[in-house]
Design a binder for this molecule. Structure first.
Ligand SMILES: C[S@@+](CC[C@H](N)C(=O)[O-])C[C@H]1O[C@@H](n2cnc3c(N)ncnc32)[C@H](O)[C@@H]1O
Length: 497
């Protein structure tokens, strides 16, 4: 079992070294970040099986953690002893917590709230547990990192380096008998350093998984929406296939479906919001006569090129995303293709691997042999604007705007209101949803106060601006916090190259 716990830490803006916050004394760190009550509560929220077993942290100190695994109906086997796997589970979190205490001032994302930009990641990469005696009482787990190892962990982590730490956890019965001893091996590094290799780099399987999470959740949510309006895709031999829940389910996988269900419980309007955006954008695409190019910015697992194939046959689709996501996207499309015997009807598609945070995306498009500035182009920027700050969004869209030279070319994007970011809406479920997104490393950071002014600042004229509430004709104000906007070319040209 591999467990992901991620840490957040302030990083110097310009330096590679992760700076330790010297103002954080142990007392402050204990009170704000790692005390047993707080960590037990947060870990119960993040890892429901810990709550189910009533596992608790009872004591922490610098480089030390003590925990209890109660002997209870939920945790015993047929012999009335602890289930061995639960002892391993306890070892995972007891050792991980001992390691956590060493990263002074560093909140855990996935556990504490924190910006993904500042986060660090930690997960278990291996374990060796020796079960020495039957566990017939409440079980105390104790992990102490020796001072030399603790110093090495701190030095490497705060230098931005990979940490591979071997940490022992001993388990004791109430009568003082040693029940088990576990040797745990953890990986830890600042998330920002891990993500530096997003494009072209060698990513760990856990980092790859994290990068795919948001797109899988969206596919999972799409699979929950009302598909009475769902379309069909047609194979070249005339076979009709419904592009409906089952296809979105393929894209989401078990992981995406589960995460989507979890979030839907937090914000019951979520699937309706995703359904509304899908429908609004599909309708807009279909309303454009003579579309020649479709650009999907952050394409994820959006199957629109297949769903809207009738409108897009003869056009060229450019799918832009991080390489790991594009590989996943192609894998899903290959599965769909196999489902219809290799006869899937689709427009001409090209994938372009980009990192919005590093690349000049408009330039990347311009450099692509199949792209034309002067073709009628629809750019879809769906489910992305909230994850980037205002400047990052503007830099991306301004660069894209330069590549839209046909007067009929358009940008479609969705955005949240600033109240969603500042927790100022009247619906506490929205804030809990945003909180949950942050915990999985998908922090919402931006919602334009005036979407039309924002579009103008990127060189677009706003052609349409509607909320999900208005679009669905709903009275639910929560849906009013989510908007769909369309930008056209400004009459004033922006120094185009
Ligand atoms: C919430 S998903 C939306 C996917 C798709 N547009 C949809 O609506 O189903 C956000 C997408 O942005 C992509 N993304 C995140 N950070 C990125 C970056 N720095 N550069 C390029 N794409 C990025 C993700 O890989 C993911 O596919």
């Amino acid at each position: 079992m591999a467990t992901l716990i991620r840490f957040t830490h302030q990083m110097g803006a310009t330096m590679a070294v992760i700076k330790s916050d010297d103002r954080n004394s142990w007392e402050i760190d204990y009170a704000q970040r790692v005390n047993p009550e707080l960590m037990t509560r947060l870990l119960h929220q993040a890892v429901p099986v810990l709550k189910w077993t009533n596992w608790r942290i009872t004591r922490v100190g610098p480089g030390m953690c003590e925990s209890t695994l109660p002997l209870a109906v939920e945790t015993t086997n047929q012999h009335g002893t602890h289930q061995a796997a639960l002892i391993s589970l306890s070892a995972d979190y007891t050792g991980g917590m001992a390691l956590t205490t060493l990263l002074t001032g560093t909140p855990l994302t996935g556990i504490h709230r924190g910006s993904p930009d500042e986060s660090a990641s930690l997960w278990l990469v291996g374990m060796d547990v020796k079960y020495e005696n039957p566990s017939t009482s409440h079980l105390r787990g104790v992990s102490r990192v020796d001072p030399k190892t603790a110093q090495r962990i701190r030095t490497r982590y705060f230098a931005g380096q990979v940490v591979l730490a071997t940490i022992s956890v001993e388990f004791w019965s109430e009568s003082g008998e040693r029940v088990a001893v576990a040797v745990m091996r953890y990986f830890a590094q600042a998330t920002k350093r891990l993500l530096e290799h997003r494009v072209g780099g060698d990513l760990s399987p856990m980092t790859k998984l994290n990068l795919k999470t948001s797109a899988r959740i969206i596919a999972g949510l799409r699979s929950m929406t009302d598909h009475s309006t769902s379309t069909t895709i047609t194979t070249s031999d005339g076979k009709r296939l419904r592009l409906d829940q089952s296809h979105d389910k393929v894209a989401a996988g078990t992981h995406g479906l589960l995460q989507a269900q979890r979030l839907q419980k937090v914000l019951p309007q979520l699937a309706a919001m995703v359904g509304a955006r899908t429908r609004h954008c599909d309708q807009f695409l279909k309303s454009i006569g003579g579309i020649e190019q479709l650009v999907l910015l952050g394409a994820g697992l959006d199957m629109r090129p297949l769903r809207c194939v009738d409108q897009l046959l003869g056009s060229t689709v450019f799918e832009l995303d991080l390489p790991v996501m594009l590989a996943e996207r192609q894998h899903v499309i290959d599965l769909l293709e196999a489902e219809c015997g290799g006869a899937l009807r689709a427009p001409e598609r090209y994938q372009i691997a980009v990192d919005f945070l590093q690349d000049d995306v408009g330039q990347r498009l311009r450099d692509h042999f199949a792209f034309s500035d002067t073709a009628v182009t629809l750019v879809i920027y769906e489910g992305c604007s909230m994850y980037f700050d205002e400047d990052q969004n503007r830099r991306l869209l301004t660069s894209i705007r330069q590549r839209l030279k046909h007067p009929a070319s358009r940008l479609w994007m969705d955005c949240v209101t600033p109240a969603v970011i500042s927790e100022g809406t009247s619906d506490p479920n929205i804030h809990e949803f945003v909180n949950q997104m942050e915990l999985i490393g998908e922090k919402f950071v931006y919602g334009p106060a005036d979407p039309e002014a924002f579009l103008r600042s990127c060189g677009f004229v706003c052609a349409s601006n509607v909320s999900a509430q208005e679009f669905l004709g709903s009275i639910d104000p929560t849906l009013g916090e989510y908007r769909f906007v369309v930008g056209g070319r400004d009459v004033v040209e922006l120094g185009e190259r």
